[in-house]
Design a binder for this molecule. Structure first.
Ligand SMILES: Cc1ncc(COP(=O)(O)O)c(C=O)c1O
Length: 371
């Protein structure tokens, strides 16, 4: 029986993550089309939640794609190709990678995805002139598949869950000479690329600090395998001068981090279909788990209905948000309704809440029946 009760760890803000800044943000700044994603204040939502300030970090338009994922995929591909071509990490730019791709020996990129990560890998592959093979589980919408194909990638459907698609992608990468697996989750023996992906995600936190210029009370992050949350936690328990509370949000049907936090050990859960496709993962990333176990202040799960309602609410307020972004609003409400978690997060009427809206509506539209 899954434990979907809210989880609270009031002392998590005292924990320090292992040091580690990277050159990811400088690399991102060098990419054509780079600009900080908007940090939008939404006073109406702040009033509805009973806090002083509510900001949405809006990843609905990031380097030309409707989700944050390219921050991780681009830096991991840069590091992996650069390493194989003998480039120093400080020299990594898109033109340098294009010039050295033959030298690197990388002939193709492979990834498993529930949508956004695969499209980001496919976009980078296209920029580098290499084919991409993207493995998808059940439940990835036709629109998401078409978006991946629009980047020139081949989409391979693996019947079953996300975890199964990851296994198939890995098997293909091992069998295909010159193919490089760019996966946003880690397991024993596969750690470098996921670690670079996590570094890449931290650019959005660097931007939040620059844009806000002060400490948020709480940052709310949606969780699939937890790599984004790992990046956010490493940053706010490491490089940042601020130490906000951190709240993770997952679908009730795929709450693998919540279950792991309650159990005190990395735990897999069975998954079902979810409108929050990007969060529909049954196993936390191995590298994310110890960081999240120590650094996350609170964790909640949200229902499909509440996530859909939150998407409507955000879009009605002018925030372009898909279900993974909507989950953060629904999750904040669940957290506020739980006295113990609310206290652990330190939320009161003077607080500043930042929601990480990880995708725009077009990245993952609601199915007809819940739209
Ligand atoms: C839009 C969106 N938000 C959040 C996530 C969760 O990221 P992670 O799997 O690193 O927890 C994903 C993952 O695919 C996603 O696509």
């Amino acid at each position: 029986m899954l434990n979907l009760a809210p989880y609270a760890a009031p002392n998590a803000t005292d924990w320090k993550a292992p040091a580690g800044s990277s050159g990811a943000t400088d690399f991102h700044r060098s990419l054509p089309g780079y600009g900080q994603s908007a940090l939008v204040e939404v006073p109406t939502l702040a009033a509805r939640l009973g806090v002083a300030h509510l900001y949405v970090k809006d990843e609905s338009s990031r380097l030309g794609l409707p989700a944050f994922k390219i921050l991780g995929a681009s830096w991991a591909i840069a590091r992996a190709v650069g390493e194989r071509a003998g480039l120093d990490p400080s020299e990594l730019t898109l033109p340098a990678l294009i010039a050295q791709i033959d030298e690197s020996g990388v002939k193709a990129f492979i990834a498993a995805t529930d949508g956004n990560h695969g499209r980001a890998v496919a976009r980078m592959a296209k920029l580098l002139g290499r084919p991409a093979f993207i493995f998808i589980p059940d439940g990835v919408t036709q629109a998401a598949q078409d978006a991946i194909k629009s980047e020139g990638a081949t989409v391979i459907h693996v019947p079953g869950s996300y975890d199964g698609a990851v296994e198939s992608a890995n098997a293909q990468a091992l069998a295909q000479p010159g193919a490089l697996l760019i996966q946003d989750t880690s397991w024993e023996g596969y750690q470098d690329i996921p670690a670079w992906i996590v570094e890449g995600y931290q650019t959005l936190c660097v931007e939040i600090d620059e844009q806000l210029g002060r400490a948020p009370t709480v940052v709310v992050v949606p969780v699939g395998v937890g790599s984004l949350a790992e990046g956010v936690t490493r940053y706010y328990r490491g490089d940042s001068s601020y130490a906000p509370a951190l709240l993770s949000v997952e679908p009730e049907v795929a709450a693998c981090l919540l279950e792991s936090l309650h159990a005190g050990v990395l735990t897999s859960v069975e998954t079902y279909t979810s409108i929050m496709a990007g969060l529909n993962c049954g196993t936390p990333s191995a590298s994310a788990w110890p960081i999240l176990q120590h650094g996350i202040t609170g964790a909640v799960a949200v229902s499909e209905e509440d996530a859909a309602l939150a998407v409507h609410e955000l879009n009605a307020l002018g925030v372009d948000s898909g279900p993974c972004g909507g989950a953060t609003l629904a999750g904040t409400r669940n957290a506020l309704a739980d006295p113990e978690l609310r206290a652990a997060l330190g939320i009161d009427s003077s607080s500043t809440v930042v929601l990480i809206n990880t995708e725009g509506f077009s990245a993952n539209p609601l199915p007809e029946e819940s739209a």
